[in-house]
Structures are given as C-alpha cells and as structure tokens.
Design a protein around this ligand. Structure first.
Ligand code: UT7
Length: 314
C-alpha cells in the first residue's frame, strides 16, 4: 500500500482572540471551570469579514509556500469541514478560485466532523494512488464553529473555536497505516442545518462524547500500531483531536503511554473540530519536530459518531 507524505503545511486563525475571562463576562462561567475541565484558555472567533473559506484560503497559501509549490502543481483539493460558508459550492472550490488556479482539478468538501482531517488525508491518498488526481493534493481542515454555537448553552459555547490548517501531500513508499469508521449515532453531538427558520446550533451530550472518545482513541492507536508493526514507544509524536486535555490524559493513562509524546494546544485554540489535528501538526511542522524517518500518529473522533487515525512517516 502506498503511503502519504506531507511536504508543506500552513495555518490560519481569525483576528479575534477570546479569552475565558472575556467569556465569563458574557455568560455564567469562569476561567477556573473552563481551564480545569478542558485545558482551554482562549479561542479565536471569526469577525463578520472572516469565514471558513477565508481561513482555508490563507492556510492553503501558506501550505503551498511552505512546500515550494504553486497552485497549478495541485491535482486535487479536499476540505474537511461542517461549517462551510455555503451549502454549495464547497470551501474547496472557493479555495481553488482564491488560488486562481489555471487548470481544472477535482475539488470537494467532506464532513466527518472532528475526524474530518484524517478522513480527508485517507481520501486524498486513495485518489492519488488511483492515478487520476495528479501528483500533489491540498488537504485542508477548516471550521467556523462560532457561527453555529448557542450562546445560551455554556456547556458547549466555551469549548469551540474557529481556525484552519492545510497540508500539501504526495504519495510515498514509507510505512503508513489508517483506521477509520463510524457507528451511526447522531444524538450525542449534532448541529442542525443552517436555514433561517431553524438556526443551526450545536448540541452535545458532553459526558457521552467523553466516554466515546476515551474508548475510540486508544483503540485507534492500538490498531494503527498493529497494522504498521510499530509500538507506541516508537512513535515520535501522537496528535489527538484537541477537544479536551482530560480526554488526552485518559488516553495516556489507559495505554500506559508517555505523556510527552502527546501534543496539546487546545489551551490556545479550543476545539476547532476538523482543523484541530492539522493546526497541531502545522505547529509541530514549524518547530521542526518531524526529522526524516519520524513517525507521527494522528487520531480523531467526532459527530457521527466517527473516528479516524493515520500513521505518517516523514
Ligand atoms: O469535538 C467534539 C467532541 N466533544 C468533546 O470531546 C466533548 C467531550 N466532553 C467533555 O469534554 C466534557 O464532558 C465537558 C467539558 C463538555 C463537560 O465537562 P464535565 O466534567 O462532563 O461537566 P458536566 O457536563 O458534567 O457539568 C458539570 C457541571 C454542571 O453543573 P451541576 O449540574 O453539577 O451543578 C454544569 O451545569 O458544570 C456545569 N457547567 C459549567 N459551569 C461553568 C457546564 N458548563 C459550564 C461552564 N461554566 N462553561
């Protein structure tokens, strides 16, 4: 099986940063509650001029620059999101337009909620391997969750943030593994359609999702290791979906793993759904945390309920 190699990354967040203390002036909450229960200290919310597609485009430009490629080198654009500007066209098509690409390539969005970036990577890998999507794919995770949050619900409003990150990828012969799945349970976490008569507000049974996450993430990591003949200890970095610091702590404990392998940045961004894993990867990328040969596992979970993990070798 052909693997996947990331050759460039970029990210973008809105201009407006909202701290926990600011939120506590809007609703009955506190920095103490939010940070001790979740590890989140601030998040970014789009201004009226910003949106899922503006963030995605900025992240895409920066990923292409980091890869040293131009838009016309791309053969495919896939965006993972469930908060696109329009029902149609897709954010991927908006990015294509913004990049002023001179040739036609397949562009589409996919929705696997917070597992979306892993789904998008695997989708891109399969399409590149199929031989009908050029050499390089642009894979984006982008969300504007602030537009679908219910300010009357402190149990969800304080958790989420907006952001985008993108990766330029190509096929590789290095070891690779992927696990992905869904189990068709929609009650625990959902966001109704964005139609005027029915404002789209996200609702979640936090405890049920927490229980699902601390089961799904260790299972994904173990399956990735089995598939690739790797041990957890051999992984240089483990990037979990950044929903809650306590979820990652549970995963570490359950696996008897080394906490230093598990990257965390939800303190600065909150839960950005499909953007969360690539935001973390792009920070690590910028820090030079992926020397040649390093192995990185990405694992996510989200509405659906969905899960997805992949093991990348750099
Ligand atoms: O990417 C999507 C995936 N989503 C997730 O991963 C979320 C997973 N779940 C969680 O992270 C946690 O369940 C939450 C952070 C959402 C909630 O933490 P919890 O420890 O499960 O709290 P809880 O919902 O059981 O609420 C405990 C208390 C309640 O008060 P009472 O009933 O004990 O008096 C809530 O009303 O905390 C209260 N509460 C708050 N208090 C201050 C809930 N939200 C807030 C808030 N500020 N923002």
């Amino acid at each position: 099986m052909k693997g996947l190699k990331i050759i460039g990354m970029g990210r973008s967040v809105p201009s407006q940063c909202i701290t926990n203390d600011q939120l506590s002036t809007w609703m009955d909450t506190s920095d103490e509650w939010i940070s001790s229960r979740t590890g989140i200290r601030q998040r970014y919310f789009c201004t009226p001029e910003e949106s899922c597609s503006t963030l995605a485009l900025e992240a895409a430009r920066s990923a292409l620059a980091s890869a040293g490629l131009s838009a016309d080198d791309l053969g495919l654009i896939v965006t993972a999101t469930f908060t696109a500007d329009y029902r149609t066209p897709s954010v991927a098509c908006q990015v294509q337009q913004g990049l002023q690409m001179n040739h036609p390539v397949p562009c589409f969005d996919l929705n696997a909620a917070c597992s979306g970036f892993v789904y998008a990577l695997e989708t891109a890998r399969c399409l590149l391997a199929g031989g009908n999507a050029g050499r390089y794919a642009l894979v984006i995770g982008a969300e504007c969750l602030s537009r679908i949050l219910n300010q009357q619900d402190r149990g969800t409003f304080v958790l989420f943030g907006d952001g985008a990150a993108a990766a330029v990828v190509e096929l590789s012969d290095s070891p690779y593994a992927c696990v992905w799945g869904a189990k068709g349970e929609v009650e625990q976490l959902n966001a109704p359609s964005l139609v005027p008569e029915q404002p789209g507000v996200l609702s979640m049974d936090g405890r049920a999702v927490f229980r699902f996450a601390v089961d799904a993430l260790p299972r994904c990591l173990q399956e990735l290791c089995q598939q690739s003949g790797t041990t957890l200890e051999q992984l240089n970095q483990i990037v979990c979906h950044q929903a809650n610091s306590r979820i990652i702590d549970h995963v570490v404990k359950k696996l008897g793993a080394n906490p230093a392998q598990f990257y965390k940045n939800m303190d600065r961004y909150g839960n950005t759904s499909a953007a969360s894993i690539p935001l973390a990867l792009s920070e690590l990328w910028e820090q030079g945390a992926f020397p040649a040969g390093s192995q990185v596992a990405c694992v996510g979970f989200g509405a659906g309920l969905t899960w997805g993990g992949c093991l990348l070798t750099f």
